[in-house]
Design a protein around this ligand. Structure first.
Ligand code: PLP
Length: 372
């Protein structure tokens, strides 16, 4: 592993066992699972075996409630567009900290029928505001992510699901950051996962739907995935994804090392502020606001020392505006400009975190020198 890679919320390296599974499936089962000759039948069996194995692993009773997809962006976009198309009058509510792959299609397809649910200073959904919105605006679809990609904050998804159920609203949960990092209980009507966030390949994922979702057509075309997502299934990617999930571990020391890092960093670089420390968080994620220096400067300088970190969502790194997540948490534009996201992997050890602190202290000294 690359001990200086601290950007696991952006993507993770392919797990060696997942790579093996990928190669084996690509070599043995390259036929189209939808074709009608025996060799294709073998591929179809391998595909359905993967679905059953995934269902077993996640304690899902009915494996047909799993739909394989091309990753979370596709799933979020397609689910939201599909719902809006079928329910042209419906309203939608989304948390203010959703990933752009939820936020953008929700804005596009619901327009003025979209309401944003505010969050608190820890990026956690305001449950009273959700209740008010459910009662006042009567959204039929509510989207709240399981864990935030920038801060790691874990939403109270059971309470959110209960509130939605109470008002007859469907809950869409982008759980891309949750799988592989924490114990999962799938309770939303639509739960979205992406393989490359937990040691699987890029461009593959799955959604789990509840019995409430009886009509879904994510992509149109062929009859794959029970007509719910057309397109030849990426069997090698799917096999690798299942093996990656099986091999995920989230050692208890991860959160302790992250907490120790935040404590040591704030002592070493006075004025540093760690965000969401009081919230339930993913064990690997730390969002810190540095006392000086824009985040891109930090990124470049730490990059020169070999460390990979991020300013927030990798998808928005090319965007002009700062993090909408931190803005929703009421951070000032200046603080947002100085925010860094550090996300570890399960192999990181205390000495790796210590090496990062040393590098950050050096970068900080360089920034202070320049500022004089
Ligand atoms: N949702 C969240 C919360 C994410 O963090 C990401 C990736 O950054 C995505 C969706 C997009 O996932 P994918 O790369 O599978 O399209």
């Amino acid at each position: 592993m690359d001990s200086q890679y601290f950007d696991h919320n952006a993507t993770t390296p392919l797990h060696p066992a997942a790579r093996e599974a990928w190669l084996e499936a690509a070599d043995r089962h390259w036929h189209n699972p939808s074709s009608l000759y025996p060799a294709a039948g073998t591929a179809k069996i391998a595909l359905e075996d993967a679905r059953i194995a995934l269902a077993d692993q996640l304690d899902i009773e009915d494996e047909t409630s799993i739909i394989f997809t091309g990753g979370a962006t596709e799933a979020n976009n397609a689910c939201i567009a599909n719902y809006a198309r079928r329910n042209p009058e419906a309203r939608c509510a989304v948390s203010a900290v959703e990933h752009p792959s939820v936020m953008a299609p929700a804005r596009r397809h619901f327009g003025r029928r979209l309401v944003e649910i505010p969050v608190d200073e820890d990026a956690l959904l305001d449950l009273d505001a959700l209740e008010d919105i459910l009662a006042r605006d009567a959204p039929e679809l509510v989207a709240v992510m399981a864990a935030n990609n920038e801060t790691g904050s874990i939403q109270p998804i059971s309470a959110i699901a209960e509130a939605c159920q109470g008002h007859g609203a469907l809950l869409h949960c982008d759980a891309s950051q949750w799988f592989g990092k924490s114990d999962i209980s799938i309770i939303a009507d639509i739960t979205v996962a992406s393989a490359h966030k937990f040691g699987g390949p890029k461009g593959v994922g799955f959604i789990k739907v509840s019995d409430e979702i009886d009509q879904l057509e994510l992509l149109s075309g062929g009859p794959q995935e029970e007509r719910r997502r057309a397109g030849t299934e990426d069997l090698a990617g799917i096999a690798a994804m299942c093996v990656a999930l099986e091999n995920c571990s989230f050692p208890t020391q991860q959160a302790a090392m992250r907490d120790a890092f935040e404590h040591a960093l704030t002592e070493r670089i006075p004025g540093t502020r760690a965000l969401c420390c009081d919230a339930e968080r993913l064990p690997n994620t730390s969002m810190v606001v540095m006392p000086a220096g824009k985040n891109l400067k930090w990124l470049t300088r730490l990059g020169r020392k070999g460390f990979s970190i991020s300013t927030g969502s990798a998808c928005s790194s090319g965007a002009e505006s700062g993090s909408h997540v931190l803005a929703a948490m009421n951070l000032t534009a200046e603080a947002i400009d100085r925010a860094l996201r550090i996300s570890s992997g399960s192999d990181h050890r205390a000495q790796d975190w210590q090496a990062l602190i040393e590098a950050m202290a050096e970068v900080c000294a360089g920034i202070a020198e320049q500022g004089r």
